[in-house]
Design a binder for this molecule. Structure first.
Ligand code: UDP
Length: 327
């Protein structure tokens, strides 16, 4: 059995990746400090509690499991928070990733799958966002991810580190079996907040900005089902194991939906109205982020078939009503 070190395996996307890795015959070893993750979400392999900045602990874990690859999900990932507390993003995301990358290289683990983001592109009105697009992040979250991409490139040149970098668009939905799901505290993401508002757990969803230059005035995003997203990670891992070398891939569907369109779909999936209030723009938000690349399909054979709004919202809704984790 091959071990894969999954940082952030107790978090939303990492826990789904662990499930798919386990299903594909790997042993996912979760490395997580539980700052935002949940031990209850670690169900598919061993758990090693630790911090990215703790080099001695990382060395111990690399020596114990001798992983064939790292999948690096652990990060802070909220745009609003990144605008208020950029230092947190530079210290944890960039500083922590640097320690992790150095530990991986020292251990001879030279296959690295990294969660980057479309937030590295920033606002580029009318430009098709493919992997060669300029990266002009609007916030410290996107800037921290771009910096980590640069670190990976440098260690590729110096030490032969092979990296598959995935630039995610907006991830949504959850495991249809309900074993793991999306559970953040505090929650900041559109779809879970909307489902809370539908259930009356919050008075209303605040729509962040209704005066954007889009057809209905709200921001546009490209939503990807988390199960499709983690499938891409396994394809990326196999790509590295096959010796195909470093590569960047956008993970999006190529189709954008406005905040109002997501609200309308949620209302029809749940058959309930979404209470909303219209608020100000959120600092750091891009107007529209939609992938314009087919590279992941052409080169990895990835096709995001579950990534319809209907499917993402209905899977999230099922989890929302039944699933949660306890500290
Ligand atoms: N959004 C919103 N109200 C909320 C949370 C998000 O209107 O309470 C909008 C946000 O401005 C963005 C979209 O929903 O246009 C997706 O935001 P989210 O935080 O889910 O993901 P991000 O795009 O920041 O990764």
């Amino acid at each position: 059995m091959k071990n894969v070190l999954v940082t952030g395996g107790a978090g939303y996307i990492g826990s789904h990746a662990c499930k798919v890795l386990r299903d594909q015959g790997y042993v996912p070893v979760t490395y997580d400090n539980l700052s935002t993750g949940w031990e209850d979400a670690v169900k598919f392999g061993p758990f090693e509690r630790g911090d990215l900045q703790d080099r001695a602990r990382l060395d111990e874990v690399f020596a114990k499991y001798e992983p064939v690859a790292v999948m690096h999900f652990a990060a802070f990932s909220q745009v609003g928070e990144a605008m208020r507390e950029p230092g947190k993003y530079w210290h944890n995301n960039v500083g922590g990733s640097l320690v992790l990358i150095e530990a991986a290289v020292a251990a001879g683990c030279l296959n690295f799958v990294f969660s980057s983001t479309c937030a590295t592109y920033g606002d580029q009105d009318g430009v098709v966002l493919d992997e060669n697009s300029a990266q002009m992040p609007l916030n410290a979250y996107g800037a921290s991810k771009r910096a980590i991409e640069d670190i990976l490139t440098d260690f590729g040149a110096s030490d032969g580190l092979n990296s598959v970098i995935f630039r995610y668009f907006n991830v949504a939905g959850c495991d249809p079996d309900g074993e793991v799901g999306e559970f953040h505290q505090p929650e900041t993401h559109l779809i879970p907040l909307m489902l809370d508002a539908i259930e009356g757990k919050r008075p209303a969803l605040t729509v962040f900005g209704t005066d954007y230059p889009t057809p209905d005035g709200t921001c546009i995003r490209d939503y990807v089902h988390v199960m499709d997203l983690v499938d891409a990670h396994v394809l990326g891992l196999k790509w590295l194991e096959d010796g195909k070398g470093s590569r960047v891939f956008n993970l999006g569907t190529g189709k954008g939906f406005s905040v109002r369109e997501v609200i309308d779909h949620s209302s029809s999936v749940t058959n309930k109205p979404v209470p909303i209030v219209e608020g100000d723009r959120r600092a750091g938000d891009a107007v529209a982020l939609v992938s314009g690349s087919t590279r992941a399909n052409a080169e990895l054979g990835w096709s995001p078939e579950r990534s319809t709004l209907q499917r993402m919202i209905s899977d999230a809704w099922r989890w929302h009503q039944n699933g949660h984790y306890d500290k």
